[in-house]
Unconditional design. Structure first.
Length: 144
């Protein structure tokens, strides 16, 4: 029996927008999205702090988009590593979310974003890289 994929987006528990603080490098970030967006500007302390302290993940993302021209030069080479680091932190630091991720069993995880063709599926045309990373983390958690 083939099970349907698990679709997520917005503030779903699998989403970067879900309110689950993560601690990385001695600093706490309100969400995976706060961490991810801030890392785009790791060399600009003022902008980094503005994103980290944004009141919600949508604002953190909006600030990053508004300053896209200032994104660090190596971003395309490191963005998946940054995303993976943040997701590993999320599922290792929140037992309830780890159990939820594991409860998806072997089902495909799909970020059902209508517009993000890299991290999501963008109406069936995207790479679903976030879903792929979450399935890898899920597999690693099973082995523990």
């Amino acid at each position: 029996m083939i099970k349907e994929p698990v679709l997520f987006w917005g503030e779903d528990r699998l989403s970067n927008m879900h309110p689950a603080p993560i601690k990385i490098g001695g600093r706490t970030y309100a969400t995976v999205e706060h961490y991810y967006q801030a890392q785009k500007f790791a060399g600009d302390q003022k902008l980094y702090e503005e994103i980290v302290t944004a009141p919600d993940p949508k604002t953190a993302k909006a600030i990053a988009i508004a300053h896209a021209a200032q994104t660090r030069a190596d971003w395309n080479q490191v963005k998946e590593q940054v995303m993976r680091e943040a997701c590993v932190a999320k599922y290792s630091q929140h037992a309830d979310l780890r159990e939820y991720l594991l409860s998806t069993e072997y089902r495909e995880l799909v970020e059902d974003s209508p517009t993000d063709a890299y991290w999501g599926i963008a109406n069936g045309k995207g790479k679903n890289r976030l879903g792929e990373i979450l399935m890898q983390i899920r597999q690693e958690l099973r082995k523990k």
